[in-house]
Design a protein around this ligand. Sequence first.
Ligand code: FAD
Length: 471
Amino acid sequence: MIDVLVIGGGNAALCAALMAREAGASVLLLEAAPREWRGGNSQHTRNLRCMHDAPQDVLVEAYPEEEYWQDLLKVTGGITNEHLARLVIRESSTCRDWMRKHGVNFQPPLSGALHVARTNAFFMGGGKALVNAYYRSAEALGVQIRYDTLVDSLELDNGRFVAARAGGERFTARACVLAAGGFESNREWLREAWGQNERGEWPADNFLIRGTRFNTGVLLKFMIDAGADAIGDPSQSHCVAIDARAPLYDGGICTRIDCVSLGVVVNRDAHRFYDEGEDFWPKRYAIWGRLTAMQPGQIAYSIIDSKAVGRFMPPVFPGVQADTLPELARKLGLDEARFTQTLSDYNAACRVGTFDHTQLDDCHTEGIQPAKTHWARPIDTPPYYGYALRPGITFTYLGLKVDDTAAVRFNDRPSDNLFVAGEMMAGNVLGKGYTAGVGMSIGTAFGRIAGTRAAASAQAQRANGAQREAA
Ligand SMILES: Cc1cc2nc3c(=O)[nH]c(=O)nc-3n(C[C@H](O)[C@H](O)[C@H](O)COP(=O)(O)OP(=O)(O)OC[C@H]3O[C@@H](n4cnc5c(N)ncnc54)[C@H](O)[C@@H]3O)c2cc1C
């Protein structure tokens, strides 16, 4: 019998598989995706948020534990478990040597990334290279890998793992790690979680999924129905505003629209609805998906003029371009009169001081609602550009409750051979909100813990078996 079965094929699963194998366990990893789509959302990532007390290779200055924790506390509004969050933070300061050992390389951020040279270590070649390196290392160490294997249920015995089922197949193992992602690709479940709004719309019908189509939450649902302790609100997720032309799945990072703070955003009725300059973009980008989801038709339009060009990471598709604002309104399908009124009200309200996009500058509006509190400059220099935005779901936060052993719990009792890591438990740390790079920190920390614990559980069972035979 296999010692450790790992279900999932992204960062958390691979970290677990590698750690279990290094601890001497035999390991089988089951990935729902075919080989060419392996790696889940992890294949789309770029970086990992890392604590460090002094400059470290690609990381400049320092990012101490307390600052990291305060950042998490702020974005989650306190809906986080401090003990587990601090565990993730500390692990992020020591995991990179181990990652390098398994072939992951790091590089400084490219310009135009979210100003994170101090806090985030970027993967050379992105998440795709990270995932490929881990698979190569896992194969070299003797981890068995099965693609195209979607596990749909488990056999459990009083909180203990017995076997996993994928279609007609049954996989037994001494211990198991669940790392099969959230339910962000399950459009039915998203629909149910978001419900119907006051306009009679089903907002989730207009969501796009930024990552893999394989995170359908089949196992998460199975586990919750089987009585595993759950945590998190099903409607909470990491959700950003992305180009409305992005594909339904796997658009990845290049469909994100990063010019919001340099211009204005209007809804389908050509009204502004939120302060575009509230704070630095890395601290605000993850609220714009939800803001867009609240608008009629779940659509919004980011509007800039030529002064903004070159100041943000260009998205993959060019914006809709026009020489006048009325022409831009027509091309975007917005009411021309309302749009030009909104823009001229905004332009007239701008109090321009010293524009500086690297600081919370003094360019702001006066006398309009909502205000734009920083980087407010009139939109008056053609050509003008507009990008239609849709909510882009990155990952959901509903997950299984854990303590620092990563054990799945039933009625608050930890299983001794079933563990969970990554998006399937990220909600323990992320009750809401997000700060860039923490998804990979959580998956790496808990993947490594889950793999180690699963190997130890398998070893203990083998030792008990040997003792019984000897007796
Ligand atoms: C576009 C994009 C950019 C991102 N950028 C970053 C970033 O730069 N930094 C960061 O920290 N985070 C980032 N994230 C978030 C990050 O991807 C996740 O936090 C992290 O990858 C989660 O890892 P995971 O292993 O839990 O899930 P995934 O990597 O999604 O892996 C889940 C795996 O489980 C498999 N699976 C699903 N269901 C089953 C089943 N029933 N049976 C078998 N296998 C199954 C899937 O095929 C997949 O391989 C980004 C996400 C996206 C979409």
